[in-house]
Structures are given as structure tokens and as C-alpha cells.
Write a protein of this length. Sequence first.
Length: 560
Amino acid sequence: DIYVLMVAAVIGALAIGEWMEGATVVLLFAVAQALEARSMDRARRAVRALMELAPVEATVRRNGREERVAAASVVHRDVIVVRPGERIPVDGRVLNGSSDVNQAPVTGESMPVEREAGQDVFAGSINGRGALEIEATRAGNDTTLARIAALIERAQAERAPSERFVDRFAKRYTPMVLALAVAVAVLPAALGAGTYGEWMYRALVLLVVACPCALVISTPVSVVSALAAAARRGVLIKGGAHLERAGGVRCVAFDKTGTVTKGQVIVTDVYPLGAASEHGVLSVAASLEARSEHPIGRAIVAHAARAGLTTTPGRGFQALPGLGAEGHVDDVHAIVGNHRLFEQRRLCTDGLHERLDEMTARGGTAVLVGHNGAAMGVIGVADEMRERGRDAIAMLRREGIAHVVLLTGDHRAAAEEVGRALGFDEVHSELMPEDKVALVRGLKERYGSVAMIGDGVNDAPALAAADVGIAMGVAGTDVALETADIALMDDELMKVPFALRLSRRAMRNIRINVGLSLGLKAAFVVMAIAGTATLWMAVLADTGASLLVTANALRLLRSD
């Protein structure tokens, strides 16, 4: 035990009659331990504060009456009333009302988000200007906030590889120092270089100054501070081992759909053919797709509404699986679909082929529109790219990431368009899940440590194959929250470079702390043997080293 050295020094001081110095050692050591404990508690308090954000009571509507109950007693499908300015006590789905909700405690997202009927909210979030009625889906210890706090506490308890190494070193270090102290106390005096009392005192100073308190605390306080700083930004790092591996990442691979793109189809272009107009093409397509549940159909209808077009739902709608749909708009036959459908109906023209080739070259998907037995126009749709994707990749390069790769099952043109727009070094398209795993393993051989970013569900095998698996937008998603090494609570891409930068800072912080503690110890060991240090100076040196490494580690709490 590291305290053996301190106890031996105090007993030795009492044995040679140095009562005052022995008492000083005990007093200063107790003060140092209290300060270290308080510093560690400060880092852990940042996590405990998460649970305190969830209110202990909730307003529940039962049998037409509102009543205040303990939040932990809320059950599934209870209706919760949340007034403006109140914290939301449970995870749930909005039934009535709309409001802006601050979800920073869960997602780290600083700006409030609009929430209305049908959308999910999280416990601990702050309701804004409007009243909400929420159907409870999770309460008490089952909320996303509670699970995040539990996972962080579990992560803080997990010992990082460097921490385990320091512990093993300290166990060997203590007997070595005891042996050195015995040698210092006995050998010089036996060789006639001074009295036994003089060398005994120097040996006692050596025992105190060599106590590895600062070395042992240097790693855990840095890890706990980094995990707490990450949690406050909506980044859940699942333990010190993952923090260390993230600090050594040299290559980052991204999945495309739902990661660097939103996974939501938008209309990018409308090309009329012949005498048709853009509004005419869009109006026919939106009318036919008015009752469609297909994502492309919904995107066309939404785009028409934003353009101010008034559409009348078509009649006789019939879905054509793998091809498109047909029906009647204004009592005239209309079709919307892909190139194969128009080839089957013999509606393709040279002008249509030109537009198709142009759109495909740009990575978009073409939706063809026909009306009254002729091709009318082409609507271009694409998966919308996330904001600041290019900034995130540029930031990764500034953090020393050697290579940034895009992996996707999408077709080549769409993948290359996203790759060019966001600045990827390498793009791989038309991949099956097993292909992504093989590519991740190949990247590890080329670059060493690899991080893979995805949604944590569809691309789980690739995330597991990487050294660090990072799942995005996992708030409320059980599988991703449990399986990812690092979980981002929302879909903000800038949190990827933040997580890797924080991991690098934490590793650098640990190295500085270890170097600082060993350097101070080495200097005072020399002073102890030379006879220029006293017991109380040795305790101050040990205390000072511990406080220095702790203060340095706590700087990580201010990471941004």
C-alpha cells in the first residue's frame, strides 16, 4: 500500500524522538488527503448533477383531474402536464401543445428545439413558452437521463489501462523504496560517513518524499474530469479504456446515410420538358403522391407546399412496387416513377435521357413525371447533408487525423458527390455490412487506430470492428447507447472532433501529470539523501505534487 511509506516515516520519527516533525507529517498528510478527495469529488459532482436535473415530482392528469405525484411513481402511458418553464420529469411523446424545449442536459445541444404533437421529449429538458401534454414512455431510473448518468458512473469506475499500469508500478515501487530507505539508514553510517541518527532521519525524509500519492492520483482524476466534460456536451465516453483508444485514433471512417446526411429526402431540382413548367411538373407529381407514404412522395408533397402550390389529391392511386405510382390528376392519367417505369411505358425521349444523365452525374436520384401519355419532366431528389459536415472533417484534420473515409451502401455517384462536397479523402460505395467490416480492418492495417462513426444500429458490425465505435443521435436508442464505445446524444457532427480532441487532451494531461509527479519526486529524493530536506518539507513536496496534478487534471472540465 502506498500509505506504508508515510506510516513507516511517522513511526520512525517518533522512534528517534522527532515528535513535532512526526505530528507535522500526520497533519499535513491529512490536509493533503482532504484536498485531493475534494478535488476528485468536484469532477464526479458534474455527473451527479445530471440526475438532479430531473424533477422529483410530476403533474399527472388522471380521470380528468390533475394531481402532483412522485416522478418515480409515473407509469407507462400516464399523461403528464408540463407548464412553461418547468423541467420535463419523464421521457415521453407529446400529445398536445407545442413549445421550444431546451434538451442540453441530455443532448448537449445549446439551442432549444421545437416540439409538437407526435415528437419525443426527454426527462430533465426545460420546457419553453408553451404548455405540453406528454404521454410517458419512460420514468424514474429508466429515463434516458438516468441511463446516461448510470453509464457515466460505470465508466468512471472502470480503470483505464494507464491507471492499471500506474497501480502495478506503485505496488513494486513501495518495497523498492523501503529497501532503499533501509540502505540509506544503515550503509553510510556503517561505512563511517556519519551517525546512525543522522542517516535514519534522511531515510525517513526519503520515505515521505517517495510516497507515490501524486503518481497514483494523476491518471484517475484526469479520466474522471474528461468523462464529466464530455457528458456535459452530450458525449458519452464509456470508460477510461475507450478514452485512451480515442486519444490515439489516426483514421476516421463515416457511414453516409443518417450520419453525414440526415437520412431525409429533399427535392433539389425540377426540370420541365417541352411546354411544361416547373410548377406544372411539381403540381402533377404532388397531386399524385398526396396520399403516398413513400419518403420520396412525402418530400415532393412537402416541396410543393413550400412553393405555395395548391394541389388536389389524385384519384385511383396505385403503387407500382420498385417502379413508382400511377393514377389520375384532373381526370388525366399521370405516372411518377423511375427510368425503368418510363422505359416500360415507352415514354423515354432524348431530352429525358439528357436530364437523367446530368442528374446521375451529380449524385442525385431522378423521379420522372408523365402526364397524358407523355414525359412531362424530371424531379431531382437527394438525401440532405448535415450542417457543418465539411467543418467537422476540416477540424478532424487539424486534430491530426491522417485520413477521413466515407463508407456507404449507396450508389457510386451519390457517394462521390457527398465525398466531394464534404472533403473526404476516400469514398467507398455500394457496400454490404460485411464489406464495411473488411474495409475497417484494412484501414487499421494501413493507419493503426481507426474510429468508425455511424448510427450504432445498422452499421453495428463496422463499429465493433473499429478500435473506437462512435454512434450518433443515440438519445432514446437503447441498442446504440449500450453498444457504442462513444455515444453522441444528438446528430451534431462537430461533436466527433470534440470527442477526439478531448481524448487527446486527456492523454496529454495524464502524461504531463505522470512526468510532473516523477520529476518532483526525483528532485526531492536527491535532496533527502543529500540531507538538505526536512520531514515537513517532504510532506509539503508530496502534497504539492498531488495538488498540482489534480489542478492540472481539473482543467479538462473546462474543455470546449
